[in-house]
Ligand binder design. Structure first.
Ligand code: HEC
Ligand code: HEC
Length: 288
């Protein structure tokens, strides 16, 4: 190099530029920094060619790879849906027992059943399916209309005293209100019914009540009073009560009957959802 102008104060060479007596020192950028800088330029140019980068008037430069985040997200969603549809199709064609015995279908059905239960059934049966007065507990193994998978699916599909032409149907007579039994007879038969589960009704003649029961009640509740599931007539010998097991409640039931309504879900929910619900409810406390 020819003659270098060295700054006296710092001892650094100047670039030779001078403004009003102020000279510019020649302090070049470090090499490594420059190389990184050049590398980013190369990368950026490559990126512009390969990936979508430049906004155009109506569109944008698509890049050589044709990559699109939107498309790849849609692809992933579609793949997930296809996998679900596959299991769903399996469910549509499988019997309830087959679903129960196939871990993959069972998992799918349980998840769908739980969700559908929360949406459609919890308002009446409770979010934990434990029911309340007039709305049966579906957790226990005590069933009005039967607790097999097929029974439960049928109940859900057609409902009870519902608007479906195939509804499960059986109306207990309003013995007191319609004058089939007088107040004393109602009290006596209530006394007999409660004696079966170890309770009593004040002033009731249990023997007379038993006679009334045989004549009026066994056709639905059975000779042993243990209920008949084809008729939806509950077991009266256990301590599980839909409408209350105290003296007052039982007398009210025999006087007025209740005739609870469970809506029909056939047509409102698709068959796969109904199957899933049957599996889910059966899992809560179903019988074989
Ligand atoms: C409007 C209230 C209501 C809704 C909503 C409802 N249920 Fe019910 N459900 C009832 C009543 C009341 C009964 C009892 C009917 C009777 O007295 O026989 C019942 C009975 C049942 C039974 C029969 C229980 C037994 O012991 O045999 C099953 C199973 C059942 N419901 C499942 C469901 C499912 C699953 C759903 C949601 C898709 C549902 N219910 C929604 C009111 C309802
Ligand atoms: C035609 C059939 C039928 C006859 C006859 C009948 N019941 Fe019922 N009973 C039912 C049905 C169905 C239920 C279910 C409850 C409902 O209506 O929602 C029921 C419910 C009951 C319950 C309520 C049980 C509970 O868990 O809360 C009592 C108590 C009862 N019956 C007593 C009697 C007595 C006593 C007689 C005779 C005097 C009688 N029933 C005759 C069909 C009958």
């Amino acid at each position: 190099m020819a003659h270098e102008d060295i700054d006296k104060v710092t001892g650094v060479a100047t670039t030779g530029h001078e403004w009003d007596g102020i000279k510019e020192l020649n302090n070049p950028l470090p090499r490594w920094w420059l190389w990184v800088f050049y590398a980013t330029i190369v990368f950026a140019v490559g990126y512009v060619f390969v990936y979508p980068a430049v906004p155009l008037v109506t569109s944008y430069s698509k890049g050589l790879l044709g990559y699109s985040q939107r498309a790849s997200a849609l692809d992933e969603t579609a793949a997930g849906q296809a996998a679900r549809a596959e299991v769903g199709k399996g469910l549509a064609n499988a019997s309830l027992e087959e679903i129960k015995n196939d871990p993959k279908m069972l998992e799918f059905a349980m998840a769908q059943g739980r969700a559908a239960f929360g949406d459609n059934c919890a308002p009446c049966h409770g979010s934990g399916a434990t029911g309340s007065k007039g709305y049966p507990n579906l957790q226990d193994d005590d069933w009005l209309w039967g607790g097999t998978l097929a029974d439960i699916e049928q109940t859900i599909t057609v409902g009870v005293r519902s608007t479906s032409p195939d509804t499960r149907m059986n109306d207990m007579p309003r013995f007191g209100a319609d004058g089939l039994l007088d107040a004393k007879q109602v009290r006596n038969v209530a006394g007999y019914v409660l004696s079966l589960s170890g309770s009593s009704v004040k002033g009731a003649d249990v023997e007379a009540g038993k006679q009334i029961f045989v004549e009026n009640c066994t056709s639905c509740h059975g000779e042993d009073a243990k209920g008949i599931q084809e008729l939806g007539a509950p077991n009266l010998t256990d301590k599980v009560w839909l409408y209350g097991g105290d003296e007052e409640s039982v007398i009210y039931t025999v006087t007025h009957a209740h005739r609870g309504v469970m809506p029909t879900w056939g047509g409102k929910l698709d068959p796969v959802t109904i199957k899933s619900l049957a599996i889910y409810v059966h899992d809560l406390g179903g019988g074989t």
